[in-house]
Design a protein around this ligand. Sequence first.
Ligand code: G6P
Length: 474
Amino acid sequence: MASRRRLIVVSNRGPVAYDRSPAGERVTRRGAGGLVTALAPLVSRHEVTWVASAMSAEERALAERGPLEETAADGSRYRLRLVSVDHEAYRLYYDVVANPVLWFVQHGLWERILEPQADLTGPWRDGYVAVNRAFADAVVDELDRDPGAAVLFQDYHLYVAPRLVRDRRPAALLAHFVHIPWVGREGWRVLPAEIVRTIHDGLLASDTVGFHTERWRSAFLDSCEACLGVGAPRRPLVTVSPISVDADEFEALGASAEVRRRTPSLLPDRPERLVLRVDRTDPSKNATRGFEAFGRLLERRQDLRGRVAMLALLHPSRLSIPEYRAYADELQAAAAVVNAAHGTDDWEPITLDLRDDFLLSVAAYRDYDVLLVNPVLDGLNLVAKEAPLVNARDGVVVLSRGAGAFDELAPWVVPCDPLDVEGQAAALEAALELPLDTRRRWLASIRAHVEAHDLDAWAAAQLEALDRASTMRA
Ligand code: G6P
C-alpha cells in the first residue's frame, strides 16, 4: 500500500450528501455515482481534504460555517470543504454546460441536446468558468494552509480549474483525472473553438492528466495537437490508469446482513434466470436498447418466456435537466412495450425499479445470472467491476465494446456492440447458454483481475505519476 500522503481531492460531487428530512433533521447519505464510490476509500488511506460543490440548500448553509470535520463509514476522519456559488451560476455550470453539453459531446451523443443554446458563451463564462474559479479559490486557500499537499482534480466539471490554480501557485503539484471518454479533434468541432481551446489549456496546466484507457488518452493527444499545436509550451504527463474499486469493501458488503436482508425484496417471484442492469438514468447507459434487446430475445427464444426476467435498477439522475427527464420517460415507455408484448398475468418480463438504494444494488449484484452493461460509450463503468466481486450465482457479464472496462475485461465477458440491438439479444442468449465451467472461470478471472488492480493500485499510480512529473519539472 502507498504511504500516507496529504491530498486535496477536488470533485463536483462530494463523498457525502446532506439534506433536511421532512421532520427538519439533517440527514446524510453516500454521494451518488461511480466516481464518488471509487474515490471514497482514499479517505482511509491518506490525509484528505475534499473540496466539493454545495449542491443542496442544506449544503449551502453548511458551507457558510467553513470546512467540516467529517468521519467516513470506516471511522477515518477527513476535512470537507464545500464550495458554494450563487444558484444561477451553478445551474449554468451543471445543468447547461457540464450536463448535457460536455457530457453528451464526450459520449458522442450531442444530437440528444434538445435545446441547443443560441449562445453557449454566456453559460460558459458565467456558469462553468465562474464555478471553476470558485473551486480554484478554495484550492489556493487550502494550498496556502498546506503547500506540500497534492491536488487531485476530478472529471469534466473542472477542466479550467487547474489553469486558474497554476497561474496563482506555479509550484503546486496538480493532477487531473478525466473519468469520461475523450473524443478526438473531430468530436470537439461541434463546440465553439475558444471553449475547446480553454478546456485543453486548463488541463495542460496540470502536472499529470489521467484517463481510464489508451483509447481516451490517444484521443486527448490528438485533440491537444489540433487545438494548441505540437509546440504547446507546457506538457503534462498523460497517463492511463483504469480506476477500480475497493475489493475488500465490496466483498464485505456482499456478505453483510443488510445486503442479504434486501435480497427478497428484489423481485417478488424470482424466475429461474435473472438478467440485471444497474445504472443511472442516463442516455449514455443505453438502457432502452437493452430493453428492446431483451424483447427480441423473448421473440427468438419462446422457451425462455416465464423463465427469465430482467431487473433494471436505475437510479434517477440529473432530473433538473430536460434531456434527462425526457430519457427517464423513454425508459418507462421502452420497458412497457416489452411488457405489453410478452408479459402474462403472472410474469412481467422487465421490472424497472427507480429506487436510489446502494445496498439494494449490491443485493442484486449477488443475485444475477447475467449482468447487462451496454453503454454507448463509458469512461470505464464500475458496475462491471463491482458486481462480479459479490456475485453468488456464477453470473456472466455482457459488456459493451464502448465501455472503458472492456479493454481490461474482454477475455472474460460476452461482448456486445451498443447500437446493435439484435446483436445484444444474441449476446444475452449466449450468456444464458454459457456452460457452468466457463462461467465459473470467467467470474474468478474478473475477480482476480479486480483484486490485483484495485483502488490502492489506482491511487498509487496517480501519486507515482505526479511524483515523476514533478521530478521531470525540477
Ligand atoms: C459519472 C461522472 C461523475 C458523476 C457521476 C454522477 O460517474 O463521471 O463525475 O459524479 O456520474 O453524476 P452526478 O451528475 O449525479 O454527479
